[in-house]
Design a protein around this ligand. Structure first.
Ligand code: HEC
Length: 164
């Protein structure tokens, strides 16, 4: 009885979690945006967190330049081809990890940079990264990129998202 009572008290928070999980499983991890919309009836913190979330790491203020830096885009593409392509498509289709289409819209530049350079800490402690890990059912290995390499990949992602 005691346990049942506790379960009842926790019902509302459990149902929020359940709804979020169901939505995440229903849509694959690359469709988080739609998942947010679909779950608008139930409060979801994902979107709010993503909008200003800088993740965990040393990058707190990335200055994005316009127009894109073409040499960084080329370097970023080379890194993508050799170290990321096996798990990430450039479309919004999931492979092992989420497709990269729209990643610069759903994440801040700081979050992306911190995730790429501080992958294990982010996967252990960042809420958004942890949700990705649940929906992708895989854990991204740290790719050991230097700061400049991570920045070049970010520029390539911006290019892929049609930024200029
Ligand atoms: C072995 C597979 C694998 C490789 C290789 C890989 N990733 Fe990932 N990546 C993942 C998975 C899986 C996720 C989702 C988070 C998780 O489950 O760990 C992810 C998530 C991400 C995200 C967050 C995407 C989003 O939608 O928010 C970024 C950014 C990212 N990876 C960048 C990179 C970069 C840059 C490289 C190459 C240098 C790379 N990844 C290589 C598997 C991989």
């Amino acid at each position: 009885m005691h346990i049942l009572k506790n379960i009842k008290n926790m019902k509302s928070s459990i149902s929020i979690i359940t709804v979020s999980l169901m939505v995440f499983f229903f849509f694959s991890c690359n469709n988080e945006k739609q998942a947010d919309n679909a779950s608008s009836a139930a409060p979801s913190t994902t979107k709010k967190d993503s909008a200003a979330d800088k993740g965990i790491g040393k990058f707190t203020n990335i200055r994005l330049t316009h127009p894109l830096d073409d040499s960084m885009v080329v370097r970023g593409k080379n890194i993508y081809d050799s170290k990321c392509m096996s798990c990430h498509k450039l479309s919004d289709e999931k492979l092992v990890g989420p497709g990269w289409k729209g990643v610069t819209d759903r994440r801040t530049a700081e979050w992306v940079m911190n995730f790429i350079t501080n992958t294990n800490v982010m996967l252990d402690s960042d809420l958004v990264a942890q949700q990705l890990m649940v929906t992708c059912v895989a854990r991204m290995p740290n790719q050991n990129l230097g700061d400049d390499q991570a920045r070049a990949v970010l520029e390539y992602m911006r290019k892929n998202d049609g930024k200029n």
